[in-house]
Every structure is written in structure tokens, then in C-alpha cells.
Design a protein around this ligand. Sequence first.
Ligand code: HSE
Length: 347
Amino acid sequence: MKDITRICFIGWGVVGQGLTEILLEQKSELKNRYGFQFKVVAIADKVKGSVYDENGLDLAKLLKIVKETGKINDYPEGIKGWDSIKTITESNANLVVEASWTDINTGEPAISHVKAAIKCYKHVVMTNKGPIALAAKDLLKMAEKNGVQLKFEGTVLSGTPAISLGLNNLAGSKITKIMGIVNGTTNYILSEMEKGLEYETALKQAQQLGYAEADPTADVEGYDALGKVVILSNVILGANITKDQVPCKGITKITSKDIEEAKKEGKRWKLIAGVELKDDGSVEAFVKPQKIPLDHPLASVGGPINALTYTTKYLGDITIVGPGAGREATGYALLTDILDIHRSLTK
Ligand code: HSE
């Protein structure tokens, strides 16, 4: 049968479990409404352990066990102890959900996971920015050569369809500029600081709410937004830039006093990321905090909500606004990719 029927998860933290909960909740709707039927056959997580059952895992049971003990190995059935590469290559899964942690400097271990999956002709969906920011073109070429799909909607604006808007819906519109707020954690912190919270408390809350990266330095220093702007530049605008070519400044130097002063000026601090296509075909990208007038559309985008404006020749500005981070929102991004692959395989 030419469809995704067997799924494995590599990494089962906030995002992986977020998708699992959505799959459980929607199992019959996915079948009845979209004709999508699946089993999750394996889960491998560096910290929690791994399990493989070719006939499918009981996801509700596994979620409950991991909530109680933190260990996948406590699941009573199945084969235990496979590492991520063995799970990818030797399980009978035909789609890999890559949800391990993001390393924006090396892209590892996720790049190795994606390559291993593609080499054994398995589709991949991911929200991990590392591999796409560092090696999108190579990985997409490799996937095409092997006749499998690699999808990454959730790498920018989580489940808010910013990538498919730029790549599919706005194809041919001549996009000249992409700009907006692309990091949920920092936007949340800035919003909370404006309400009077200390920076450290706001950051802690963003971590508890599942918005922040495993190492939140990536959020607050702007590296997460940097990865996203590189993805937008290379994947949507067809550029070939690396993160080292993009000036990047985060929000760590913004104090409560700065926020108060901006308020008095009728302005609000936002971490803005953008990229512009030049006449000679090159691009210029940046990540930096900016004071935005309160009547500017981006000023009202608060909390973990993000926004991205595509400036196009034929339509002018098109803006998409929605969640940029969070367990459900990012888990859902993986579901849109899975359904997209399912649709293309079964049409
Ligand atoms: N840490 C990221 C953010 C998660 O806060 O936006 C979504 O990419």
C-alpha cells in the first residue's frame, strides 16, 4: 500500500508527546474524514529510553507510563534498548517523526537521523530547525533522489502555516521581503515584562509552558529566530546563506526600564527577524530587537503569538498571525506535514 501506515518517533519530549496526544484524540476523525490510518510502531528518546513493537504501541498506555515514571522502558511489551539510528533503520516504520533536540550550530543528532531515514526510503517530518537551517538543500535533494518526502512546517511559527503559505500558496507572487516576530519565548517574555514581571520569572514561565528551547539561550540570544530567518531565506527566497552571515541580537540586554521608557514613547519592544531580496538576487537578513510604535500591526502581537508578513509584487503584504510555540501548536505542525504526505501519496 502506497501510504504512511507505520510511524516512529525519534525524540519524545514536549513536541513528540504533543503530536501523540493529537493523534490519539483524533484517531477516528483522521480515518473517517481524511482516510488516514496509522500505527505508531516505535519511539526512541535519548533520555526516556525506547520501545519497538511492529504491531503498534498502545499510545495512551505509554503516555500514562511516561507521565508516571519518565521511562519508556517501563512499557511492558515490545523490544527495548534500540538507539535512534537502529529504530529508524530497522523498525518497519515508513515515516519518521524527528523530534529530538535542536542544535543550531551542528544540526546534530537530527541531521544524522534525517539522513538515515532518507537512506532507507522513509519519509520524514520535523519541527527541528537545526537540519533545515544548516542543510535544507542537501537534505531535500537527497529525499527527492530517494523518492521520499521531507516536511518541516513547524520549523517557523510552529503549526501556523507560515512555510506552506510562502512555499505553496504564494508561489509565483514574487516575494521580495519577509519580516515579523518568529520566536514565541522572547515575545512572551517581553509581553510579561511589560505587565511587570521580572525577566527571570517570565523566562521560567515560558519554559514551563513548553515555549522555550531545551537550552533557552537559543531563544533569548536570538539564535532560534536566526535559524528561522535562514530557513525563510533559503527555502522560501531560494537564497544560499548561512547563519554566520546574518547579524543577530537577542533580548538579554532589554531591561524593565527600557520597556517602561518605550511605553512612555508610545512604543513596544519586539524581537524582529527579517530578510529582503535585493535587485542583484542576494539577500540581506537580520535579527534584532526594535521599538515598534503601538499602532504598528506587530505591536499588538503578544505572548507566544508570532506574525510574519510576506511582501509580494502582485498582492502587496500578506500577513499570517498565530501561535509560534507550544506543545499542541508544534505537535500539530507535524500532523499537517503527515496529512500532506498522506494526501500526496493517496491522490
Ligand atoms: N523556542 C521556540 C520559540 C519554539 O519560542 O519560538 C518554536 O520554534
